[in-house]
Design a protein around this ligand. Structure first.
Ligand code: AMP
Length: 193
């Protein structure tokens, strides 16, 4: 059975860091939804040009755009053995990817959710200072960060409910150093793989 993982959480929760570690341990392809979109922008593709206005304002790109870009990438790896960070961010995305992967006989193994409050993330940001910032990102000013957080707050419950009903949602306390978070994720993966 392939290992098809998703990792989500509020902006700044450390999901990309964890996704990279998990990918390395289980030999998975790491896909960052935000990075896929930034790559499209850098390439000035049609997708990238459409995405730019949304990303630069800290807004989500339309579901069909995110989905198309993601599916193009997943096709190159036969829809199997991956960890995707930053998708699904809304219920509709969760539904369509769940359905799509099931149809391709490569169902979702689990959606891992890093839990962390806005206050906890702000404290981390303050501590890390500018080092925390990803230098090629143009969408990390306070207003855009707040927009992303509000969007997360509005959407996480419905995403959680949907994947919980399928027994595929895993909460991990994200307000800890990298190693214990990683260890907990590994424990959960070992239970289900
Ligand atoms: P991230 O690197 O995960 O913080 O994502 C950066 C930006 O890419 C977000 O602010 C959105 O504009 C866009 N983006 C990332 N993931 C998604 C998604 N699942 N759906 C729509 N837009 C997304």
């Amino acid at each position: 059975m392939s290992l098809n993982l998703f990792i989500i959480g509020p902006s700044g929760c450390g999901k990309t860091t964890q996704a990279k570690l998990i990918a390395e341990k289980y030999n998975l392809t790491h896909i960052s939804m935000g990075q896929l979109l930034r790559d499209e922008m850098a390439a000035k593709s049609g997708y990238g040009l459409e995405a730019k206005g949304y990303i630069d304002n800290g807004k989500l790109v339309p579901d069909d755009l995110a989905f198309d870009v993601l599916i193009n990438k997943l096709k190159t790896i036969n829809f199997a053995n991956f960890i995707i960070d930053g998708f699904p961010r809304v219920l509709n995305q969760g539904r369509i990817i769940e359905f799509y992967l099931r149809k391709n006989n490569s169902p979702i193994t689990a959606v891992i959710h890093l839990t962390l409050s806005f206050e906890q993330i702000s404290a981390r940001r303050a501590k890390a200072g500018t080092e925390f910032q990803d230098k090629d990102r143009t969408d990390n000013n306070p207003q855009e960060i707040a927009n992303r957080q509000a969007f997360y707050d509005d959407n996480i419950d419905s995403v959680r409910e949907y994947f919980e009903s399928k027994g595929k949602f895993i909460d991990i306390d994200g307000n800890r150093p990298i190693e214990p978070i990683f260890e907990d994720i590994v424990k959960e993966i070992e239970k289900i793989k």
